[in-house]
Design a protein around this ligand. Structure first.
Ligand code: ZN
Length: 131
């Protein structure tokens, strides 16, 4: 197991995002273990890159502690190819999370039920909803 949680930059993330990152990490690991096996298995370079990218995106997320789960986020901040990769991983690992990491899966569900905050960037003036 990689000791990613020890990394300094994670300590700067609010708990909500740290949880999100852990969930992403768990999903990437489930996926990689299955699709990119090695002996002994460690996260392959490709998946490691993706995880590093996810970490950076979370650090830059304008919602921070208010962040909705990525599936519900109004901002799709990933680059096209990274988004395709993470989507594939989530499609594969998402349903398995409840078995591998039930507590994390539950948290993700709870986080997913929270109301999505408004986009933290100026909205177009002719938009009819004005919350
Ligand atoms: Zn991999």
């Amino acid at each position: 197991m990689l000791n990613r949680t020890e990394k300094n930059e994670e300590m700067n993330l609010p708990p909500r995002l740290r949880r999100e990152l852990k969930t992403i990490q768990a999903m990437v690991e489930i996926y990689c273990r299955r699709h990119h096996p090695g002996r002994p298995w460690t996260l392959c370079q490709e998946c490691d890159e993706l995880l590093e990218y996810a970490r950076k995106r979370l650090g830059l997320c304008p919602f921070q502690a208010m962040k909705p789960t990525c599936g519900k986020c109004p901002i799709h901040c990933y680059k096209k190819n990274m988004q395709a990769r993470i989507r594939e991983i989530m499609r594969f690992s998402g349903p398995k999370m409840i078995w591998h990491h039930p507590v994390m899966a539950l948290w993700h569900l709870i986080d997913g039920m929270k109301k999505t905050p408004m986009r933290p960037v100026p909205r177009r003036p002719n938009n009819e909803s004005t919350e």
